[in-house]
Write a protein that binds this ligand. Sequence first.
Ligand code: 5AD
Ligand code: SF4
Length: 471
Amino acid sequence: MAKQLYIETVGCQMNMLDSELVVASLRKAGYTLVETPAKADTILFNTCSVRQHAEDKIYSALGRLKHAKKHNPNKIIGVLGCMAQKDQRLIFERAPYVDLIVGPGQLHQIPELIEKIGAGAGPQMEVSLDRKAGTRGEIEQSFESYDPLRDPAMRPTPFQAFVRIMIGCDKFCTYCIVPSVRGPEQSRPAAHILAEARQLAEEGCREITLLGQTVDSYRNAADGRTWRLSDLLAALQEIEGLERIKFVTNYPKDMTDDLLSAVHELGKVSPYLHVPAQSGSNRILQRMKRGYTVEDYREMLARIRERVPEAAVTSDFIVGFSGDTEEDFDQTIDLVRESRFKNSFIFKYSERPGTKGASVYPDDVAQDVKKRRNNELLAIQNAISEEDNQPLIGRQVEVLVEGPSKNARRQADGGDVLQLVGRTHCDRIVVFDGNARQIGRLLDVAIYDANSFTLFGSVVTAHVGPEVYRL
Ligand code: 5AD
Ligand code: SF4
């Protein structure tokens, strides 16, 4: 009988990709996916540790499974990913009915580990070495990642896919848990990435998003040359069938001119750059150990505007990091006001045990202050986003149609009109009426309205010009 798998994924795109690969390996082992934990005999959580809130949600989801497990002791419950690497045995202590704990570097072992548990071997845990527990080579090896096995059904859509080009991070920003849970920075060989992208294109994939914690730091030496991200983009541009290439997340210091030229010159590369600033105050940037000043960031942004004038730039900010005063916050507001990001993700600082931030700097900004600053900064950003979307009204944009919108499927004259959602080359969300056949296609859409997050439009049909009927 087929075994039933339920998997829940939180966190970043890297986790979505990891889940895709886990599902692919378990399908091979005879599993089918089900929609609810109640129907499953194996329940997996792919977790995130970037903020406390994401961890709390997983621990409460585990709490809700306690009775199910008592009722059916054969159910296998697993915790995967960053929280598994960070908390390790602590998860067994907090939820003793968990059977499986697997770090991001051991996901390929899951089918075998589940088989062991099924055979009565008891709870299993596989995690990577701590970043101080060996030589760099030993630690790198303990963070293996496995990418060739893919599962189209688990992708955002069948024609969009994530492709990992790097794992890990060596930047060690003081607030961030990623370098300890995702391990040392390692770039995948270009040949592997290109082979994977070709395969995806053959399967009908039209858009790929290259993933890395600091994707613009990509560097890999092979056959006597060093591949940078710009070289990789130029090679990906040549793959037939691929239409769009995106990459996230960028590190401000590594936005080099060769990369900006590649984005401008290569038609398939989306003019969309996510480059988190985190703060507009030099004092805070230094405490965060970001490795640049706000002047450096401004200079980088000016280079982007000059070399890739068509680019949409987005950012991340943390409010209420240790020592973040109202004056520091004002400087962050200034940076947001003048930078005119397409949008910004704003986060309240969440102290992460195990980071330098947690051991050296007190978490000294009150929760309600963090909340107020978060709302204030978001309101400023949203007003800018709305303003900057207005000039698009009356223009045509090319959209990759992703699927039905959230409030899709409504009846219209004489047939089913479907509200669809798609994205422009520079990652703007567009909502318009269409039909199911258009999903997965590139379409021209004329924009008639816009708010901070969404453009509204109608499909530009092939037969143009008014038709004159005479009686
Ligand atoms: N608290 C709040 N936000 C954080 N981020 C990373 N670590 C933390 C933390 N400890 C944010 C950063 C990063 C984004 C993915 O999450 O802004 O760019
Ligand atoms: Fe975290 Fe900084 Fe690395 Fe980004 S660059 S993953 S914020 S340590």
